[in-house]
Design a protein around this ligand. Sequence first.
Ligand SMILES: *Cc1c(COP(=O)(O)O)cnc(C)c1O
Length: 404
Amino acid sequence: MTNMAVTRELFDQVMVPNYAPAEMIPVRGLGARVWDQQHREYVDFAGGIAVSCLGHCHPVLVGALKEQSEKLWHVSNVLTNEPALRLASKMVEATFAEKAYFCNSGAEANEAAFKLARRYALEHFGAEKTQIIAFNQGFHGRTFFTVTVGGQAAYSDGFGPKPADIDHVDYNDIAALKAIMSDKTCAVVMEPLQGEGGIISPELDYVKAVRELCDQHNALLIFDEVQTGVGRTGALYAYMNLGVTPDILTSAKSLGGGFPIGAMLTTSVIAASLKPGTHGSTYGGNPLACAVAEAAFDAVNTDAVLNGVKEREGWYREGLAAINAKYHCFAEVRGKGLLLGCVLNEEFKGRAKEFLNAAMAEQLMVLIAGANVVRFAPSLVISKEDITEGLARFERAVAKIVNG
Ligand SMILES: *Cc1c(COP(=O)(O)O)cnc(C)c1O
């Protein structure tokens, strides 16, 4: 096995085929650049899907990981640990929340949130209050509960009976939500900017109206900030710019800057419904993950980084507008901070994956969000030089597609 050739073909031989990864295999990263097995260098506008908030191998994260790796890796939740308590204190200090729960991914954070909402409703309002309302095109993870709450039935179909009493309505349509809500609603689950669903921002009065409806029906408002959280939109959490406070918030992706961790934040009153034994995770709140996340959280939660996100958004928007002025392929560029989507116009409709492939050929990593949107979710501290170089590569990719 020592001299085994590690190639892309090996993926097809030994991996479950639930992914279709690109041909190149990255082996090293630094900042917003990545190198493959052939030493080809790529500019990274994907950020590991909104995860690598400080780029690759940021010295602060490497330092935190090295330091903790020589102290204590894992003890389980039979014991607590210092990094978890420090991280929880900082997250509580910086947000509306009074309590934190740690796990290993976004889906697990949402799973905890949904279970907590159901249990809280049971304890405070009785067994009838179980309805969870979520939004079409929403995304909340791939466990069976979270994927069922997600707004694309295709992702949850075909696995047998689904968790029950989950309804979906259109995002940004307050009348639709109002029509379906009642005192049996236990929670409304929303992304404060739909990521996977196509980079769709909520209208400000809409979010306020959702909050009011939740209050009216004693339903909890759950914000899934797995993609928007930890600086992505230019605020520490997106709710902070919306004038609305959720009851439960979930965070993952950028929280660990590349090390797997998820968190659920809530108030003391709501948290009280998760008593010893009601929920848990072997790895959740693991010292290694929490030490890295604490370093990432400290680094991102500064005026310099958060304001820098807004500045970088400006550079992207300028560059993309210039590309669009030449090639006329985007209907609009939408999103917030460094979660941006180029929406393809009628002429290029449905061809986002072609743009991604063309970008990869130009040594630029980008994402898509559905068939019509090319998505960028780069490092929050990506340099102006890397943005300029990446956009130059993007322009070449766009030119190839537009010119056939
Ligand atoms: C990525 C994502 C998730 C799922 O997170 P995992 O870590 O893949 O489980 C959940 N919600 C949103 C909004 C996401 O973007």
